[in-house]
Ligand binder design. Structure first.
Ligand code: BGC
Length: 846
């Protein structure tokens, strides 16, 4: 299937629409869909997140159904494999269609600026070219299925700190050379039909009202002809957003578009032609994806959904193995299965399903398999597999694992008729908007559950709330957070939830306990809910037990990592360190048994203070629903760990480029490192990272021979081809990523020493060779020239001698300076195999 040429005359439709009909198309009807104009054959358009699977619109009354959960963004970035990502996105696009959706709220292409940014897991890389190429492939794959992608979040949305209000303060060069590049490539090379504005401000102006971003750069310069959608609740004005270039306010009903936009037109504040342009943008996209076809029902086709599950799993599994990065391997991996009789599996994440990050990118996968389950299934017949968690890393008390029956009341006093009922599968109750029958002015509910303890003894009960709630156990109030003073906010519910309240209670294994929560909604919020947690007090000798298990085993796998309580939309991470006592656990276990591989299950870099004493480390990322099986494939050598780091791992948090500017202060996030993002910074400062950008080992060995360059001179406006011979000199099939970094030898302004400008991934059978072809063009050598700031009259006012009044060059543009450049060809930003020097002839003025 491919995108259609416009056959319906959208201008004719536009001309026949009334103003009210037109503005109805510019805002949502509800959380996940737009309004239809039936008399004109314009359907309701349903949208879905997101970047690692087509979740489907979340119906508050039921789950949106399962979707194939692929590896998260930082893992997709780690594949360095645009053709694979195109296949993955093709599957996601197909599933989006099967769920009746025409818009996929993906991909997320913000940059890994700080290793602590909460949504790093969702984004591809610290490098703009790698992010852009992966994004363009994603867009091509998904859109070919008849869904429009919305590349997000435009722009400079690199932290969750004060996420709805902060201003990212970015200089023009950093903006152009780093942060806008992934969007630009997704537009120019991917042809995305949608762009989503970010919550934040950019240099003081809200992104949804940023005319320079949305019109001058996006449309006038890049030639974007799709639609611009707001992030959820990110629109903040009618007139400002209308003129800046926002087309669709989501979710609905709109606060600033829709009727408010019609009012602005009638009041003479917005010209009707501005509304027409938005409607034209939207209709043209709906037409191009095929949504204006009379036969398009937009209805979920569950029979198709069923069919795609098997194929999707195989692809998701391949994407997972191809994204795993072997960081270190002193001969331990792959494990020789036949010589192991007893395997000790250790670590909290071995028995946890951490396959995606938290927030809008999370979804219901087809299955949830822990690494421990997968290891037991694959190896349990041939060896003894023992497990010890080693420590507890929960940030919050685990949600109550019992069905909660909920009775809703229309008012806020828990009285009167029960207007609605629902059974919630756990203690986590999330409500988008008001439940049916409760009206618009607030509601209340009473939730009840019966619990039986696994073992008698002390337990921790907890409550997080949006609104006001109290918890009763066996009729007695144990947590009361209904007071007039609101509790301090925490990080749950995208920052709208309170901090967690905890209490210790005694539970018996011999009888049922009755838990009841009484809840009153928060005024006006779109998101309401509670999380009631319950867990037994953990034993105090977990590490000792893990060490004892390791000592008696032939081989040890330690699976450490984060969870969606630590990595999520809504908040940034607090530390580079693994949560809890995991560092201590790794140290003690690897000392007890050196035949040990550590698996790091996280979506962003973590500190590894134990790296010197551990022989093998595999970064398995957040690998989607097939992560556990893929992990076994890699650990036992059935698959190559084919990923490469899309982001530098710093040795210490203090080394990272944002350290003195992150998260931000006084309402601003200062991008103080300028263009020196990621490896550009470590190189400029001479700081050795823990693992460099692009790094990743293989189970085989590759030889990269001397590259052949098509010319020793590059003339602006042409291309340069580099053919790199690569041989697999080992005994196994494997993958290598050939990377080309460009260095200007005599830069005329501050420029990073090396910048990735081309890459190619090759797969080779043992003993075979191939040629990786890399192509460079103008942008490979260019930097953004922001214009000489000082106008002539100012210089004259300063009474400078005439000779010093240079003709100002005020036109900002990409500039290629003439001179000598080095091409570094290698396998990471640090592992350079060959350096080739060439001459560049830039434009005459430079
Ligand atoms: C996120 C977007 C997402 C939207 C809809 C927002 O909170 O920032 O990435 O697409 O919600 O779920």
């Amino acid at each position: 299937m491919s995108l259609r040429l416009v056959v319906v005359n959208t201008d004719e439709i536009l001309a026949a629409l009334t103003l009210d009909e037109k503005v109805s198309l510019t805002h949502g009807e509800d959380l996940w869909s737009t309004y239809a104009v039936e008399r004109m054959g314009i359907p309701k358009i349903v949208v879905t997140d997101g970047p690692n699977g087509a979740r489907g619109p979340v119906d508050p009354e039921r789950s949106s159904g399962a979707a194939t959960c692929v590896p998260c963004g930082s893992s997709l970035g780690a594949t360095w494999d645009p053709p694979l990502i195109e296949q993955v996105a093709t599957m996601i696009g197909r599933e989006a269609r099967e769920k009746g959706c025409r818009v996929l709220l993906a991909p997320t292409v913000n940059t890994h600026r700080s290793p602590l940014a909460g949504r790093n897991f969702e984004c591809y890389s610290e490098d703009p070219l790698l992010s852009g190429r992966i994004a363009a492939a994603f867009v091509r794959g998904a859109q070919a299925q008849g869904v429009a992608t919305t590349v997000k979040h435009f722009a400079a949305n690199e932290a969750e700190y004060e996420r709805y209000t902060t201003s990212s303060v970015v200089d023009p060069r950093a903006l152009r050379e780093i942060y806008l590049v992934p969007f630009e490539i997704a537009v120019r090379e991917g042809g995305t039909l949608g762009i989503m504005t970010a919550y934040n401000r950019l240099n003081g102006t809200w992104c949804s009202e940023h005319h320079d971003l949305l019109q001058v750069i996006l449309r006038d310069e890049w030639g974007f002809d799709g639609f611009v959608i707001s992030d959820w609740f990110a629109a903040g004005s009618s007139v400002g957003s209308a003129y800046a270039g926002l087309d669709l306010e989501m979710p609905g009903p709109g606060r600033f578009f829709g009727p408010a936009l019609a009012d602005a037109v009638r009041a003479g504040l917005v010209e009707e032609g501005v509304v027409d342009a938005k409607v034209r943008n939207l209709l043209r996209v709906w037409e191009r994806v095929g949504a204006l076809d009379a036969a398009d029902t937009g209805i979920e086709q569950s029979d198709l959904l069923h069919e795609s599950v098997g194929a999707g799993s195989a692809l998701a599994r391949r994407a997972a193995t191809d994204s795993m990065v072997l960081l270190k391997n002193d001969g331990v991996l792959p494990f020789p299965v036949s010589s192991i009789r007893h395997l000790a599996v250790i670590g909290p994440n071995a028995d946890r399903v951490h396959i995606m990050g938290g927030g809008s990118a999370s979804l219901e996968p087809h299955h949830r398999t822990t690494p421990l389950t997968a290891l037991r299934a694959a190896l349990g017949d041939s060896m003894a597999v023992t497990y010890e968690p080693g420590c507890v890393v929960d940030r919050y008390v685990t949600p109550l694992a019992a069905t909660m029956h909920i009775d809703f009341f229309a008012g806020t006093d828990l009285r009167g008729e029960v207007v609605h009922q629902r059974d919630n599968e756990s203690g986590r109750v999330t409500l988008f908007g008001n439940p049916p029958g409760t009206g618009a002015t607030g509601f209340s509910f009473r939730a009840t559950a019966t619990v039986r303890a696994d073992a008698s003894g002390p337990h921790v009960l907890s409550l997080i709330q949006v609104g006001r709630a109290r918890v009763l156990v066996d009729g007695s109030v144990v947590i009361d957070a209904t007071g007039d003073v609101a509790l301090p906010r925490g990080s749950a519910f995208y920052g709208a939830g309170s901090q967690e309240q905890r209490v210790e209670i005694d539970l018996s294994q011999d009888r049922d306990h009755h838990v009841m929560v009484e809840y009153v909604s928060a005024p006006g919020g779109p998101l309401q809910g509670i999380i009631v947690g319950l867990r037994a007090r953990p034993p105090s000798d977990l590490i000792e037990r893990a060490v004892a298990a390791a000592r008696t085993a032939d081989a040890v796998i330690v699976v450490v990592g984060t969870s969606d309580e630590w990595e999520s939309e809504g908040f940034d991470r607090l530390s580079l360190h693994l949560p809890g006592e995991q560092d201590e656990l790794v140290r003690r276990v690897s000392a007890a048994n050196p035949n040990c591989a550590v698996v790091v299950n996280a979506g962003a870099p973590v500190a590894m203070p134990w790296i010197a004493q551990v022989p093998a480390v595999l970064a398995c990322g957040l690998g989607g629903q097939e992560m556990a099986t893929a992990l076994v494939d890699v650990l036992v050598g059935n698959s190559e760990p084919a990923g490469r780091l899309p982001t530098t791992y710093p040795a210490r948090l203090e080394d990272n480029p944002t350290h003195t500017n992150f998260p931000g202060e006084h309402g601003e996030l200062r991008y103080g490192e300028g263009v020196y993002v990621g490896y550009r910074w470590y190189e400029a400062r001479g700081i050795a990272p823990l693992f460099p950008f692009g790094h990743g080992l293989s189970y085989t060995t590759f030889v990269v021979d001397r590259p052949i360059v098509s010319s020793t001179t590059f003339v602006e406006g042409s291309t340069l081809q580099i053919d790199v011979p690569v041989r697999n000199g080992g005994t196994r099939r494997g993958a290598e990523v050939v990377q080309c970094y460009v260095e200007p030898c005599e830069p005329r302004c501050h420029r990073p020493r090396k910048e990735l400008k081309a890459f190619a991934k090759v797969w080779l059978e043992p003993g075979t060779a191939t040629t990786a072809t890399l192509v460079l063009d103008d942008r490979s050598f260019a930097y953004w020239f922001p214009g000489d700031g000082l106008p002539v009259d100012t210089r004259q006012k300063l009474r400078m001698p005439l000779a010093q009044i240079a003709q100002p060059d005020t036109q900002p543009r990409w500039r290629v300076d003439s001179g000598r450049y080095r091409l570094h060809i290698g396998r990471s930003s640090e592992a350079i195999d060959h350096v080739v020097e060439i001459e560049v002839r830039g434009s005459p003025q430079s």
